[in-house]
Design a binder for this molecule. Structure first.
Ligand SMILES: Cc1cc2nc3c(=O)[nH]c(=O)nc-3n(C[C@H](O)[C@H](O)[C@H](O)COP(=O)(O)O)c2cc1C
Length: 128
């Protein structure tokens, strides 16, 4: 398990966070990450989780996906959201990871995430 963490986290204030994330998306930013796994060579199937930010992944996830070559890997995306579902994120992952087999994602409403274990297990079981 690896957590994607930015060098500069967004504000804890929701409204400021919203505009910081929007600004990063509008300028197609690639925010710097604190660290990366040394290699992803030993992984064939990667479960990629993120919150839906402005209709897609946070730009920090774009940074992460561009760092590695996912050609030949299977990527299973899942996200939390408040109405937009997976949004454009699956299409964006396909663009960022040419040659990867990007499976249909699982979208979980943020407020229901704590109760989503069974749904998640069912979905994850299907992907393997
Ligand atoms: C910067 C930002 C942008 C967001 N944009 C969207 C969006 O476009 N669509 C959506 O459904 N939810 C959006 N959300 C809601 C998040 O997806 C939601 O907060 C997240 O999945 C976590 O759920 P939780 O806050 O209940 O833990 C956004 C939240 C933030 C902070």
């Amino acid at each position: 398990m690896f957590k994607i963490e930015p060098v500069q986290p967004y504000s804890k204030d929701y409204n400021i966070c919203i505009s910081q994330a929007q600004e990063d998306q509008l300028r197609n930013a690639r925010p710097e990450l604190t660290h990366y796994p040394e290699s992803i060579d030993q992984y064939d199937v990667i479960y990629l989780g993120y919150p839906n930010y402005w209709g897609t992944m946070p730009m920090q996830v774009f940074t992460f996906l561009e760092h590695f070559d996912f050609n030949g890997k299977t990527i299973c995306p899942f996200c939390t959201h408040e109405g937009s579902g997976m949004g454009r994120s699956e299409a964006d992952i396909k663009k960022l990871c040419p040659g990867a087999d990007v499976r249909k994602g699982l979208a979980i409403q943020g407020s229901l995430a704590a109760q989503a274990e069974n749904e998640l297990k069912k979905w994850a079981g299907k992907e393997n």
